[in-house]
Write a protein that binds this ligand. Structure first.
Ligand code: 4AD
Ligand code: MG
Length: 477
């Protein structure tokens, strides 16, 4: 007899049918009632044990955390809290768990504690819900692009270029670190290294994505990216997943339309397919919020916030307009920002992004036309000579969730800009070839997957939406 998933069993009409179910014991009450969970849903299946006909030996081994297999009949439940339950015929212990030593006790644990036992936190309700939502969002991303006719391309994880030009790369080498070969000038001799040159983990698949877009028109990547930036915040990881579509013949407006449509599509998908988990997370967040002082509590519940995003067009404004709003804001005048906004050209901090979204517009905002000095070399230069066709999407509670731009397709302008900021033109000759042979207007963006998961789950620390977070001084598991 095949094993049934608890999620499906809970939806089945009980007709005294014989079933097999396997999972982990959450609790065992009165030597009679097992709350069993197999990760398919947060709802446990009640297994009723007849202790008079079950051996003492087996009863003793039904402990919190133990893995068991149950054969039994599915009946309507008399107790409250569940519609069906399983009357056990036989119970087999698959894996014991010493309840005294099991780190997950049937009580509320802090997220900080659970982060230290990330190998077991999948078994909690909160993380069960988070990772089922994460799974759905990943699937929805592929579904969205597939339905639109985009080609999914796998860009390399090991590269020899710095796509963002920000120098935040992890090196990849197989040198003996205690004996690194040097050349006559005393510099590291990468010629002797594995790839014969210096290599690193990718910070973005964009440059390779652009090459593919120049042949397939519409492509996307979805893979891990790595940043050796020393940002110890609730929104930064050293290893995160990024979705990067790249489209030939798109301008910045087409790019914004696509990003907005994609975000709404995947949020809607999660609401339709993971409502139970999102409701659970929404409730969880409400309880967390109650710990905060009244004026810091969020006005909308998680569910309302998600629905709100689906029902409202994102606000689109220029960087210049944003600076005006921030400069004139009472927040700025009363010096409530850590970084005061005093002049055009400054980079926006996340406190500014969140002010615009949460206090001023009260909805997602797309900022365009940033000063070229604070953006990457590949962004298309606007006619004003000062700004580039960049677009950042800012979300409530998150700040920047998407960063993208129309790309500079004009070879001369691109080369000039690269020279200006010291990007090695020869090393990126392959990239520039797209501008030499059949160049065309094109655009793309990057969505930080964990930031999306943060938004949809209402979690507040990015370390809690990726199974095993990598952050400065932390590479456990
Ligand atoms: O703005 P970023 O750096 O843009 C790029 O990498 C472009 N090449 C994307 C493109 O146009 N194809 O990163 C894009 C997004 C950010 O908006 C943010 O959501 C996320 O990636 N991100 C991070 N997420 C978690 N941890 C970090 N350290 C992140 N850095 C960026
Ligand atoms: Mg960015």
């Amino acid at each position: 007899m095949g094993r049934l998933r608890i999620k499906d069993i809970l939806k089945t009409i009980p007709e005294n049918q014989q079933i097999t179910v396997k999972g982990w014991v959450r609790t065992f009450r009165n030597n009679s009632f097992i709350a069993l969970n197999d990760g398919s849903t947060n709802n446990n299946l009640q297994v009723v044990v007849d202790f008079t006909s079950t051996s003492e030996e087996v009863l003793k081994r039904i402990t919190t955390g133990a893995a068991i297999s149950v054969n039994g009949i599915l009946i309507a439940s008399l107790g409250k809290g569940q519609v069906v339950e399983v009357k056990a015929t036989t119970i087999e212990i698959l894996g014991d768990s010493d309840a005294e030593k099991y780190p997950l006790q049937p009580k509320k644990h802090s997220l900080e504690f659970l982060r230290e036992i990330a190998h077991l936190r999948f078994r909690t309700n909160t993380f069960g819900a988070v990772f089922r939502v994460r799974n759905s969002l990943a699937f929805a991303i592929h579904k969205f692009f597939n339905e639109k006719g985009f080609l999914y391309i796998h860009t390399p994880i090991i590269t020899s270029s710095d796509a963002e030009g920000a120098g935040e790369m992890f090196h990849v080498t197989n040198f003996d670190l205690n004996n690194i070969p040097k050349n006559e000038n005393g510099e590291i001799d990468y010629k002797q290294d594995f790839f014969g040159k210096s290599a690193n983990l990718t910070v973005s698949g964009q440059l390779e994505g652009e090459l593919a877009a120049m042949a397939f028109s519409d492509i996307y990547t979805f893979g891990p990216t790595f940043r050796a930036e020393n940002s110890n915040t609730t929104r930064h990881l050293a290893e995160f997943w990024m979705i990067e579509p790249e489209m030939a013949f798109y301008d910045i407006n087409d790019n914004m339309d696509l990003a907005e449509e994609m975000l709404q599509y995947v949020i809607k998908y999660a609401l339709e397919n993971n409502l139970e988990d999102i409701q659970f997370l929404s409730q969880r967040l409400e309880e967390e919020e109650k710990q905060k002082p009244q004026n810091e509590r969020s006005e909308l519940s998680l569910l309302d916030k998600l629905k709100f995003c689906l029902e409202n067009k994102f606000e689109r404004i220029t960087y210049t307009q944003a600076i005006e709003i921030l400069r004139e804001s009472n927040h700025n005048k009363k010096k409530k920002f850590n970084y005061l906004v005093d002049k055009w050209g400054v980079d926006l901090q996340s406190e500014h992004e969140r002010y615009l979204v949460e206090k001023h517009f009260k909805k997602p905002v797309i900022l365009i036309d940033y000063p070229k000095e604070i953006k990457s070399f590949y962004m298309r230069q606007n006619e004003d000579g000062k700004t580039v066709a960049a677009m950042d999407i800012l979300f409530p509670g998150i700040g920047e969730i998407v960063g993208g731009s129309q790309r500079e397709e004009r070879l001369d302008r691109l080369e000039t800009r690269m020279h200006e900021i010291g990007i090695p033109v020869e090393e990126l000759s392959w990239y520039l070839d797209t501008r030499r042979f059949g160049s065309c207007p094109h655009a793309g963006f990057g969505l930080g997957f964990e930031r999306l998961v943060l938004f949809v789950t209402g979690m507040t620390n990015i370390r809690d939406v990726i199974p095993f977070p990598r952050t400065p001084k932390n590479c456990e598991f």
